[in-house]
Design a protein around this ligand. Structure first.
Ligand SMILES: [Zn+2]
Ligand SMILES: [Zn+2]
Length: 56
């Protein structure tokens, strides 16, 4: 099912279109990107984690 992700450092995920709401995120206010992955990795090969991680 389609979900919407932030490409910034917050790792935000929403089930509805919208914009990043994370104060600390460099992409705050930017539109979330649609994603249809089913493994929670959003096509990045990195597991979903609340910890801050480098995102290349
Ligand atoms: Zn964000
Ligand atoms: Zn995804």
């Amino acid at each position: 099912m389609t979900h919407y992700i932030c490409a910034g450092t917050c790792g935000g995920v929403s089930d509805k279109p919208g914009s990043c709401q994370a104060e600390e995120c460099p992409l705050k206010g930017q539109e979330l990107e649609p994603c249809t992955c089913e493994d929670g990795r959003h096509g990045n090969g990195t597991p979903v984690d609340d910890d801050e991680e480098d995102e290349d």
